[in-house]
Write a protein that binds this ligand. Sequence first.
Ligand SMILES: *Cc1c(COP(=O)(O)O)cnc(C)c1O
Length: 871
Amino acid sequence: MASIPSSPRWIVLKFGGTSVSERARWDTVGRLARERHQSGNARALVVVSALSGVTNALQAIAEGAHDPAGRMEALVERHRVFAHTLGLDADDVLGGRLTALRALATDARAQARPYDWQAEVLAQGELLSSTLGAAYLRSQGLDFGWTDARDWLDALELPHQSDWARRLAVSCQRDADDAWRARFAAHSDAPMLLTQGFIARHGDGGTAILGRGGSDTSAALFGALLRAQRVEIWTDVPGMFSANPREVPDARLLTRLDYAEAQEIATTGAKVLHPRALGPCRTAGVPLAILDTGRPELPGTLIEASVDPVPGVKAISRRNGIVLVSMETVGMWQQVGFLADVFERFRAHGLSVDLIGSSETNVTVSLDPSDNLVSTDVLARLSDDLAQFCRVKVIAPCAAITLVGRGMRSLLHKLSDVWATMGRERVHLISQSSNDLNLTFVIDEADADGLLPELHAELIDSEAMPVRETSVFGPRWREIDGQLRRRPQPWWQARRDELLGLADGATPRYVYDLATVRARARALAAVAPVDRRYYAIKANPHADILRLLVDEGFGLECVSQGELEHVFATLPDLAPDRVLFTPSFAPIDEYAAAFAHGVTVTLDNIEALMRWPEVFRGRTLWLRVDLGRGEGHHAKVMTGGLASKFGLPVDRIDAFLAAARPLGVRISGLHAHLGSGVDTPEHWRSVCDELGGIAERIGSILTIDIGGGLPIPYRDEDEPFDLDAWSVGLAEVKAAYPGYLLAIEPGRYLVAEAGALLLTVTQVVEKSGIRRVGGDAGMNALMRPALYDAWHDVHNLSRLDDTGTAEFDVVGPICESSDVLGRRRLLPAATVPGDILLVADTGAYGHAMANTYNRRELPGETVLPAQGEPQ
Ligand SMILES: *Cc1c(COP(=O)(O)O)cnc(C)c1O
């Protein structure tokens, strides 16, 4: 039996206005279509929009703007010029179309502006751009045909549709039979075809318009009708993101979504694709890709029916201008038809309701301005109407914050940080869709400012947004945009052999690279607005590190008498005025000892002053205040805020001064340390600014100390702290309060990256599908993961170049289930007992927090000789 050769399937490509307004972009259109045709053994159908701005100009004419003839003439000129740019003769290529364009301005119907005339006017932009494009691509030697989209897309008449919608916002038939497809395939020999978006055929033979998102919808319709291999929407953005990249530069490109998720994201936020455009592809099961004409090498977003969807939050979005209507009622709640009556009033005012929340006596609904004309007039009339059923309160403007993704219900436990952040705001309404795709919070619009980056980060940290699923999550916007500052290569990579030698039989062991400490110290010393630098020695009190930092001009900050004694034992000649003592709830003897040493003592409560006046009488103190909020990488390291034990609340400063005065206590410094790993330069600026204001009030202040807490990039995707931006913010505040010395007291920033913990692998075990690699120390050597869920990179130093990796949990030998240094880490699959693991960035709060739990010995410490020097 002879088989009938199957005709090649279609790939539909759609290009928007910016992609068809420049010659170089048309070259890209041609190249992409030809690639599809050649490598995909496909025919390419290219759907185009009008040149940028043309549809708006036509819209103005259709809506009766003055001087339609003059406006048409400007459009004629625009297309003539562009034809010239394309090296085409405008009269040859466009002659007839330009005549038709002019004629429409003086058409007898123009005065009355009937809808059929308006549709005709609006259609001209696509007809012109597609005609020019086809001529240009042919002139470049490409085998392109041209077809009129109206010959293939038929507008449907839907019940309840207005006359306007039947002409200017039509829906089209989405089904075609094989005969239709055969006709389409046969009507042109060209392997590549160009047609128009946005337009279709009305039942009366005239033109109809698809309305908003029109060209994307046209491409999707063609894709569905042709049973295409794929529809590609080429735009000027890389695809859909996990958040609006303008608001959240850390947003990830979403490389694969299923139709339902994409629909939800398009509806609740992303403007990349009109939600209407997905329907036809979804019904027909045709994959739809969003791609970036300017960056065709990026993966884009592929939307398709997925067989095994990745559960998790895919995107977070924010819609502004939401209006809430809260209806309070007494008694009539359970009455049949109550809700129907209420909603009938919304319908009568032409309002479509978005979200609904209800309780025994209250129903609250939200109105989205993008679906509704929610003017104050309309709302006033609606309220009047509803007043006969219930008490009405309008809450506006609000913002709707929506999380989208499959399996929202089973994720709720991972959202605790998100709930906590939301809980700080006034949440008016929470709605969870029963399709398990959407969770929406409605809060005051003003409260939503700046919230999205924070929520996005929390979703990632809690793994509610599973960014490690590389089949779904692509690069970050900042990365694509070239703004990502990468952390430098770690020092230990170049010293691998040396470290392996050191580790041999001598693990667990911390190793420190002093060159890194010195580099960080010098970077901070170069920050001009800072006058005094102290190193918080609790991060790592190793004697060599203290000596180095003092040598680099740093003072030292201690939090206990033990630290003080250690400092003076290590550096007997250190001037006491270079040492701070900032304890918390320390025994009073420690304060006395600190005064005896002559160091600067910081106090943070009135009670100690009152109880032990003799210890403080006549002394000069620094005062530690609590600015009422905390910051940091984990709740357990936020050292500000009313729930934290540190600092005198700002509203008790006057009481403190009143208690200090009779004792002759002078306050010469003002201190605040709000937390660790505070990564926004703006935060520092505001802390500094607040302290400046308080210092003015106190009067005797000489030094403002903004504490420590500078972050380091623990993860590959973390950026190094932006010292320049930080410095700019501090300089502004210094200019506002020029009379004070500005002090900082970082710990982590100086030493974290300089340290690495070396472990020897003890056992590798697989249990119930989870592979674990055990090291000869765990939470006893490094507490941070167990204590703060902290992240440290883990590497197999013995097999650094192995590419065949597998996921492991890295655990220690301690009898606690929290003895885990890292979960789901990629390590060489060949990892075996005896290999050396390196736990990175452990120079701060590593050895300093190590303990002998389970009677395991403390890890050793080795300071590495400067590179190239003999040992
Ligand atoms: C711990 C501490 C610091 C240092 O914090 P880092 O996050 O390591 O920079 C600074 N000041 C005080 C009072 C501290 O307790």
